[in-house]
Write a protein of this length. Structure first.
Length: 299
C-alpha cells in the first residue's frame, strides 16, 4: 500500500497537513449530482485515503448536494484527530444540477450549518469562500460583503479558519483586510498556470495554495511530453503531473480527486517520485503549448 506517512507537510490553519491530500468531489454521481454509482466503493476510497496517511480532505456540501459530506461522515466519523476537512460555500445546486451563486447572509449561514450537520462536527476546520464572478475562472468584484458574513460566523465559533477559492490577487488582498486567510484554492496544473506569480507570493506569506483540477479536472491532462516523461521514469502521466505540483512550491497542497481505489493508490504513490531537473524543465514547457484548461464550470 502506498503510504504517505513520511511525505512533506505544510501548515493549513494551525495544523500541519501532508502535502498530498484527497479531493472528494468525484465521489458524487455524474455531474457531481446525486448518489455515487457505487456507495461501498466510495466509502472504501475515503477509508483507504486515511489509512494511507492522508490528513487533508477537500469537500463541499454542494457536492451531491449534501451526499459527499454524508459519505465522508459515514466512512470516517469519528474523525482522526489530525484530519483536516476543508469545505467551501458560495453556491447551491438547482434541481437540474446547475450551480447557483449563493452569497446572501442567509444562504451563507445555511451553507455553514448544512456542512456542520452533514459532516457531523461542531466546528468546521476550514471554510473556503468560493467566488463566482467569472464563469471560466476568477474575475474581479468585491468579496467584502460575503466574507464579512463568514468572518462573523467564525467569531461565533462555527469555523476555525477561512480560505478563498476562485479568486484574483486583488480579492485575496481585500480578503486579508477582513480576516486571516489560510489558503487559496484556484484552478492550476501543469497546463494551466495563470497563478504562477500568486503561488510564489503566497509561499512568501506562508499561505497554502491548493490547486483544484490538479490532474486537469473532468478532462485529465494529455500531453506527449507528459507521456514521454512518465515512460522514462516508469510512472504514469497522472503521477508525473502530481509530482510536478509537489515540486512546484512548498506551499502547494494537493487534493487530486478520484472515485477509484486504483487511481487513489496511483495518485498517492506520486509522493515517492523525485523529478530530475531536466524533467522538470521539460514539463515546464507544456503550459506554453497548451490551451487554457477545461472544466471551468464545476466547483
Ligand atoms: N474550488 C473549486 O472551485 C473547485 C473546483 C473543482 C474541484 N475542486 C476540488 O478539487 C478536487 C480536485 O479536482 P477534481 O477532482 O475536479 O479534478 P482532478 O483531481 O484534476 O481530476 C479528477 C479526474 O481525474 C480522474 N483521475 C483521478 N486520478 C486518476 C488517475 N490516477 N488516472 C486517470 N484518471 C484519474 C478522475 O476520474 P476517476 O474518478 O475515474 O479516477 C476524475 O475524472 C475536487 O475533488 C474538489 O474537492 C474545487
Amino acid at each position: 500500500m502506498s503510504n504517505i506517512e513520511q511525505s512533506d507537510t505544510f501548515r493549513l490553519g494551525d495544523r500541519m497537513v501532508k502535502r498530498l491530500g484527497y479531493g472528494a468531489m468525484q465521489l458524487a454521481g455524474p455531474g457531481v449530482f446525486g448518489p455515487p454509482k457505487d456507495h461501498h466503493a466510495a466509502l472504501a476510497v475515503l477509508r483507504h485515503a486515511i489509512a494511507s496517511g492522508v490528513n487533508h480532505i477537500d469537500t463541499s456540501d454542494f457536492y451531491g448536494p449534501h451526499l459527499t459530506n454524508q459519505l465522508i461522515r459515514e466512512a470516517l466519523a469519528p474523525y482522526a484527530r489530525d484530519l483536516v476537512i476543508v469545505t467551501k460555500i458560495g453556491a447551491r445546486r438547482g434541481v437540474d444540477a446547475s450551480w447557483i451563486p449563493a452569497f446572501s447572509p442567509e444562504e451563507l449561514t445555511r451553507a455553514v450549518h448544512d456542512n456542520l450537520r452533514n459532516l457531523g462536527v461542531d466546528v468546521l476546520e476550514v471554510v473556503n469562500l468560493r467566488a463566482m464572478f467569472g464563469i471560466h475562472g476568477p474575475a474581479e468584484g468585491s468579496i467584502e460583503a460575503p466574507l464579512t458574513v463568514l468572518a462573523e460566523l467564525q467569531r461565533k465559533g462555527l469555523m476555525r479558519h477561512i480560505g478563498l477559492s476562485n479568486v484574483t490577487p486583488a480579492q485575496i488582498e481585500e480578503g486579508r483586510r477582513i480576516c486571516r486567510i489560510v489558503c487559496v484554492q484556484n484552478n492550476y496544473n501543469l497546463a494551466h498556470r495563470a497563478d504562477d506569480a500568486l503561488i510564489d507570493e503566497l509561499a512568501r506569506q506562508g499561505i497554502a495554495y491548493v490547486p483544484f483540477f490538479p490532474l486537469g479536472g473532468f478532462t485529465p491532462l494529455q500531453s506527449s511530453t507528459l507521456s514521454d516523461v512518465a515512460a522514462r521514469l516508469g510512472a504514469t502521466p497522472m503521477q508525473i503531473a502530481l509530482a510536478w505540483l509537489l515540486r512546484r512550491a512548498p506551499n502547494v497542497l494537493l487534493i487530486p480527486g478520484t472515485s477509484s481505489l486504483a487511481h487513489l493508490r496511483e495518485n498517492l504513490a506520486a509522493a515517492e517520485l523525485d523529478l530530475p531537473d531536466d524533467v522538470a524543465s521539460a514539463l515546464d514547457g507544456i503550459a506554453a503549448n497548451t490551451a487554457p484548461a477545461h472544466g471551468a464550470t464545476s466547483r
